[in-house]
Design a protein around this ligand. Structure first.
Ligand code: EPU
Length: 338
């Protein structure tokens, strides 16, 4: 276990915000996670568990303890003719896992290519893109309890996954350190091409039956065109969640905006892309101080250079107010604001 004090979090958040925490601890094994749980027992310090910091907006120095897994490694723990179970350390980089799966011919993760962040966070945040979600793949999540230092295993159902949601973000918040995630991958490639412009992009390349590697490349290409590279312009991907509205409101809006994109949820609800709502309000490409709205995807707020966390929060509030005023829809940040 490594323990550091008055530690800069600059390298641990993709928004590129330079604030410090009182204590920064990294655990590299299950036994170190247990040791950490023992150390924290009975202490009443504020706790922030981070992965790659790609869904995090830090607004001030953190007067508590920031905890990060650096548990590495992966192993195939079971397999049959159809699928296999891959157990991965929570500190592995998510996209390295996707790349490795594609290389080995283990399928199902391709559409989640290039999502920033780490394996532990994939199970907490239920990362998703292009019609796939981590929860489609997660078989189980191994954790160490911060209450008593015991090891526990949760099934996919136990975690109650939803759109960017899990029990780890609600009832179980700050109660467990994720140590390993086991994913169920397929041995047969069944590409999911129906979301967004995947098919269009494949056609453009003259590919009718893509390999997993080709699909991964197309997804990477689409993401790189739309989403800013955090190394160039600090950001945390989608800043807001796509709001779900009731059918009545959706129909009213559709009358007014027949071009409005939307996704069916159930007979009473429809999901509207927050990026479209923000774009309609004229925010795309605009800035407020050193914070801005990305020019290719209005769902992403960016650090134009030297922004503070509060600069981003101020922009977030201005955008929310405009969307509320124009559409009577309250959009909520997906990013964890600390
Ligand atoms: N749109 C606009 N203007 C914009 C942005 C979007 O009109 O500035 C429209 C698009 O034309 C499209 C619709 O809104 O019709 C949806 O846009 P897009 O397909 O780009 O996806 P999204 O709903 O904005 C979601 C996820 C992304 C994920 C993509 C692809 C959320 C909050 N975001 O974005 O996830 O990559 O779908 O599956 O669900 C992330 O979580 O960090 C993230 C990037």
């Amino acid at each position: 276990m490594t323990v550091q004090h008055n530690y800069s979090l600059l390298a641990h958040n993709t928004f590129g915000i330079d604030v410090c925490c009182h204590t920064f601890i990294e655990y590299a094994s299950v036994s170190e996670a247990k040791e950490l749980a023992q150390m924290l027992k009975g202490q009443n310090v504020p706790l922030l568990i981070v992965g790659g910091g790609s869904n995090l907006l830090l607004t001030k120095d953190y007067e508590g303890m920031v905890v990060h897994s650096v548990i590495k490694g992966y192993e195939v723990v079971a397999e049959n003719d159809d699928n296999l179970l891959l157990r991965v350390g929570s500190g592995e980089v998510w996209d390295d896992v996707v790349a490795m799966c594609v290389e080995h011919g283990w399928y199902g993760a391709e559409n989640l290519s290039l999502i920033p962040g780490e394996v532990g966070a994939s199970a907490v945040q239920n990362i998703g893109a292009y019609g796939a979600e981590a929860s489609d793949l997660i078989d189980k999540v191994e954790v160490v309890s911060l209450c008593d230092g015991s090891c526990q295993v949760f099934s996919n159902t136990d975690c109650q996954y939803g759109y960017r949601q899990s029990k780890f973000k609600g009832e179980w918040k700050n109660q467990y350190l994720v140590t390993h995630v086991t994913y169920r991958l397929k041995k047969t490639f069944e590409p999911q091409l129906d979301y967004g412009n995947i098919r269009l992009e494949l056609e453009r390349r003259g590919i009718s039956a893509p390999t997993a590697q080709q699909l991964r490349e197309v997804i990477i290409d689409i993401r790189q065109k739309k989403l800013p590279d955090p190394k160039v312009e600090g950001n945390a991907g989608s800043f807001f969640m796509n709001p779900i509205v009731c059918r009545e409101q959706y129909e009213r809006l559709l009358d007014q905006y027949p071009q409005m994109p939307h996704y069916y949820i159930d007979e009473n609800h429809e999901k509207i892309p927050a990026g479209w709502l923000i774009d309609q309000c004229g925010w795309k490409g605009r800035s407020l101080g050193k914070a801005g709205v990305h020019c290719n995807q209005a769902l992403v707020l960016v650090n134009r250079g030297g922004a503070t966390g509060m600069d981003i929060v101020n922009l977030c509030e201005a955008v929310r107010q405009d969307v509320k005023h124009r559409f009577d829809i309250q959009i909520e940040p997906e990013v964890n604001i600390i």
